[in-house]
Structure formats: structure tokens, C-alpha cells
Design a protein around this ligand. Sequence first.
Ligand code: 5RP
Length: 220
Amino acid sequence: MTSDDKKKMAAYAALDYVEKGSIIGVGTGSTVNHFIDAIAEKMKGAIDAAVSSSEASSERMKKHGIRVIDLNSAGELSIYVDGADESNRHLQLIKGGGGALTREKIVAAASKTFVCIADDTKLVPFLGKFPLPVEVIPMARSLVARELVKLGGKPVWREHFITDNGNQILDVHNLEIMEPMKMETFINQIAGVVTVGLFAHRPADVLLLGSEKGVQVIKP
Ligand code: 5RP
């Protein structure tokens, strides 16, 4: 079984959390692409609309004929479905491998339940092996990078990549994230940081992990 098979399995399992007639939040990435396809295949007429966390997901949903609306006209969302780059047992996450972290954090914050879907390699004892993405205002990139070095990290500019918000990304290597909430708060207050890809203050509520044994359901 490939990791993509496991992602697909987790994505289809997330359909059980989708309420008929609801407006759902939809994340970004290869796992979410399976979820979008699953909605189109099994529940297209059953949901009212979707709020998207990226231009890429919006485009995919529109191609399927799924109605995509702005968060400002949606109110609170019943669920948000998104992938992750890493999750610990508390369902605190590293996200932003695809660069959509800011909108992902906004849509997650607007949702009652955050359903995270992933293959089983994403569950780790401690966060930080995956380089932590930080979205920055372009003029502040070097300033923020120097502050991240003081934290013990090695920031690497994700060159030739611009976020949907017109900003840049630093991927921070070599961080040992023992206290995710503290680190999220600390990095967020550096001048020039738009969003850090740590989802610790707003972790997932349930993690659906595709594995050889089927879908594991993990709650904090
Ligand atoms: C995008 C993300 C994705 O959820 C994360 O990168 C996981 O991606 P994939 O589902 O392709 O493994 O945070 O910004």
C-alpha cells in the first residue's frame, strides 16, 4: 500500500463527519485533493457550499461543480478538513508544506470541528523534524530569519514561491519543538511574521490516519 493509498483512505473516512446541507471548510494538499474528489463523487449535492483555504483547492472544487464561497459570508463552519505535515498525540500540528498555512489557520479557527486527514507516517512523538513553515512579509524576511536563528533554528527561504497572500515562506530546520504552544506564540509575535505553521493553540479535534490496518481514529 502506498502512502497515497493511505491518504485516500483517510480522506474517504472524513466523509462521515460531513453534515448534509452544511458549509464545510476545505484545506489544501494531496490528501485534501482526495477529500475534494470524494465529496464530488459521494456528496456533491448534499453539501451547501465550501470555504477554501487556497486558490488550488478552490479551483479543484469549482472544476467538480462544488460551490465555493467566501469565509465572510459563511459564518461559523461545522467542520474543517485538512491534512498535516506532522501531528503529535495531542493533535498539535505542523502545517504549511504546501504554503497555504495562513488561510488554513483562519479557516480552522472559524470551524467547530477540525478533522485532520493523513497517512500514518505523519504521526510523530515530537514536532520539528519536518521544517516549520513561517509565512513572512517579504521586506521582513531577513529580520525574521535572524530571530529564528536565535531560537536555534535554521531558516531556509523557499525561493521562487509566493503565497496566495503575496508573501514569502521560511522553512525552519533543526527545531526541537518541546512546547508547541509557547513556540507558536513566540514566533507569531516576531515583527514581519504573518503566520507560523504550528497549530498548537487550535489543534485538530480528530485525526484520521490511513494505515495498513485501515483508518485509525485518534482523539487528544
Ligand atoms: C498545505 C498543508 C498540507 O496539509 C500539508 O502540507 C500536507 O500535505 P499532503 O496532504 O500533500 O501530505 O499544510 O499547506
